[in-house]
Design a protein around this ligand. Structure first.
Ligand code: SF4
Length: 178
């Protein structure tokens, strides 16, 4: 960004921060659990008591402490009681269900044991269930609210895609560790 006046540059950052803050506020009300039941939380809880893992928020304390790098059950999130997805994760959830379907095809072609196929099938079904329930909730919203939600989801996806850490957007980590 090439502005002579530093205040102009700061203005852009402030808008960006505000958009993220507003996006967190909007999405925190649309969090669900692995059963698809509503599990809204405060913006503060969304940021500080959960960590963004590939297919949703995770509230498992040791994994949150490890910045999402220490899942005890290998990221089988849709089968986990600590899973807290929201609509900003919908594309990732649907991509993952597709990827699991491809894995299941490969496993079948390899004559894999039944428990391998069953595990993949159960994961596919539960991710599909989460995505379907999320889409239904979104469809039931008035158009203006749905549009606001989709904008907020896009903001958080951009933040996660461009971030150099997996924590949610407003968590600032001091370089000095203080
Ligand atoms: S499986 Fe559970 S503990 Fe692991 S990342 Fe997913 S939500 Fe967190």
């Amino acid at each position: 960004m090439d502005h002579d006046d530093p205040k102009t540059t700061m203005g852009y950052y402030r808008v960006s921060f505000e958009r993220k803050r507003q996006a967190v506020k909007t999405l925190s009300l649309m969090v669900i659990d692995r059963h698809g039941s509503s599990a809204p939380c405060s913006s503060r809880a969304y940021e500080q008591r959960s960590v963004a893992v590939p297919f949703g928020g995770c509230t498992e304390p040791s994994n949150v402490k490890a910045g999402g790098q220490s899942c005890p059950i290998r990221f089988q999130c849709s089968g986990c009681g600590f899973y807290r997805p929201d609509p900003s994760y919908l594309p990732a959830i649907e991509d993952h269900a597709n990827s699991l379907r491809a894995d299941r095809e490969r496993a079948m072609a390899m004559d894999a044991a039944g428990f391998v196929i069953d595990n993949l099938t159960a994961q596919i079904t539960s991710y599909e269930d989460v995505a379907t329930k999320m889409r239904k909730r979104m469809a039931a919203l008035p158009e203006d609210e749905r549009s606001e939600l989709e904008d907020a989801a896009a903001v958080l996806r951009r933040v996660r895609a461009g971030g150099d850490h997996k924590l949610l957007p407003l968590t600032e980590v001091s370089k000095t560790g203080k």
